[in-house]
Design a protein. Structure first.
Length: 162
């Protein structure tokens, strides 16, 4: 009885496989949004002022960071929780594949959230005249909460490794 239950619990990890596959669809959605933003700005590239161009570029960087985060979570999560990827020897393999454990994955997610939050905050500062002071204050507070959370997660990981 116990052995059957353990086998069933272990096999249930495959429930995660379609979720990680679904992240590919999310990645496709971000790619579509990236090129939509890019194609919106290209016709006006010579007319647009510098600050608006920087805001658009920050949006593209933001989308790229989120897409990269999806790839890291998708591959690392699959390898950590479902199954090792069996890639043929001639196939191109990412150097970091198989090297991220749950702790490093958690830290990558936390640092990516801080980077994404930084870009959003920079976009708010670039367009500061259109934002209320109390909203700016809350943006900064939320960003600092992300920074402190990532810092403490890293510190706790360092403590537990010793």
């Amino acid at each position: 009885m116990e052995r059957s239950m353990e086998r069933m619990m272990y096999a249930s990890r495959w429930i995660l496989a379609p979720i990680y596959l679904g992240m590919s669809v999310a990645l496709l959605a971000l790619a579509i949004k990236f090129f939509q933003e890019l194609f919106h700005i290209i016709p006006y590239i010579l007319e647009v002022d510098e600050s608006l161009l920087i805001l658009k570029l920050l949006t593209l960087i933001d989308l790229t960071l989120v897409a990269s985060l999806i790839v890291i979570v998708m591959f690392s999560g699959y390898e950590n929780f479902v199954s090792r990827m069996d890639l043929s020897e001639g196939a191109e393999k990412l150097d970091w594949l198989g090297t991220h454990d749950y702790t490093s994955l958690k830290m990558k997610v936390a640092s990516s959230i801080v980077a994404i939050s930084s870009i959003h905050l920079l976009k708010v500062f670039m367009n500061i005249h259109a934002t209320d002071n109390d909203k700016i204050m809350w943006y900064v507070i939320v960003h600092l909460a992300f920074v402190l959370s990532a810092f403490f997660m890293g510190y706790l990981d360092k403590l537990t490794k010793h």
